[in-house]
Design a protein around this ligand. Sequence first.
Ligand code: ADP
Length: 492
Amino acid sequence: MAGSDMTSEALKILVVSSEITPFAKTGGLADVAAAISRYLGREGHDVRLMMPLYRRVSEGGWALEPHEHLRDVQLEFGGRSFAFSVKTAALPDSDVRVMLLDCPELYDRDGPYTSDADEHLRFALLSRACLTMCQWTGWAPDIVHCNDWHTALTPLYLKAGYDWDALFARTKTVLTIHNIGYQGVFPADTADALGLADHRGLLHQDSLAAGKINFLETGILYADALTTVSETYAREIQTAEYGMGLEGLLQARAESLVGIVNGVDYGEWDPSIDTLIARQFGPGDREGKRANKAALLDEFGLDVASDAPIFGVISRLTSQKGFELLPDILPVLLREYDMHFIALGSGDEKYERYFQWLRDQFPNRVGFYRGYNNRLSHLIEAGSDAFVMPSRYEPCGLNQMYSLRYGTVPIVRRVGGLADTVQDYDPVTGEGTGFVFDDFHSQALLHAMRRALACYRDRHAWLRLSERGMRQDFSWERQGRHYVDLYRRLLG
Ligand code: ADP
């Protein structure tokens, strides 16, 4: 397929990820792994994508085909032998096929992630099997693109276990850090089981001395290039406040670290073609937006005729997302203003309980759906007027970019990717795309929400603000190019 990058040689790129949309998704990682692969495929590169065949995927009704060359492959490490096969499935809206690593003894379990005693092995197998797959199919990847801690051991494995194989002589590795809050830390005595008994000298010695093996840290040591998902986050993770203990190592590798803001898959997240919402709409079509607002209010049993602004939330409910700023201010706002608040999410029980409590206190104004629901996430983007992301830290964040496209004005903290993608609204010049606050403090969020409520009253100003957001472009066509440039730089 011809693409803009086809003036140069097509690359062989292996993308490895613990989750890929639509097969398994707990967060932005899944969306990004799928979207970047789709982009690379469109640009004519030879891209292979690998993730585990979790139980939910094998039972999910996908059309899976056995890979003819990858059946009952034996992979030995750490004194154990693992038998795996590979099944493939089409990545929707692309020519790319996803390779699903079938090893029931490790992946035939309830969720993609577990707290089982062999969690380290589940992802060590993925990190090695992707290389074995290359060997069995005689496919020499130019780039192995790893994502987060789950696949962060691959660069070390390549160095320590596969260096004899000329197939990988030219291969370079990239590790993308989607969230440094998850590092995959296991006891040091797992080194043997991970197949690293003879390579302890290559592990981070301070961690080893402290009795730990940190997968992400190991990846940061050995990947040829490191990326993270926004420029601001690339700077932030080199500081003690955001680096979660890895700041020193990241400073040491600063020259190999770049920030590339995630793109948005507008094939999936664009209100003019979205089939999961009540009515499709684009900039200028206020009736379309209004129809979605009514559908959203109806969905939550709220007054469908209301014109009061809806503040939406779609999120994993973890301390990262900053929802502890809400209890101090939401009841105040809900008493003071005619407004709605609608949240979708699950996670830490204390946040779930809080949103349930809030709904019980304001049954006519608050909606809460506990759980994961893709259709509803699209409807909330389409039907809300504003979207609240008060994150404590946010590597990139996708929902603020989805919100912009759906004419839903984001209210965000100036941190990580939120700082890079939302510009604060200036009522004097009329410039900006959302409401941005700095301090991680409920009063700062309160002030931003009050500014939004004041702006909402000025219908003309609000429409201009919302439509400016809809015209922003965070497509992979723009962002994907940065990855290809990076790959080419690495390959010289
Ligand atoms: P993170 O990766 O930290 O969770 P992002 O904003 O990068 O945050 O990506 C979150 C993705 O997960 C978005 O696509 C969002 O719509 C989706 N999501 C999060 N929680 C839910 C939920 N409860 N139901 C449906 N989608 C959700």
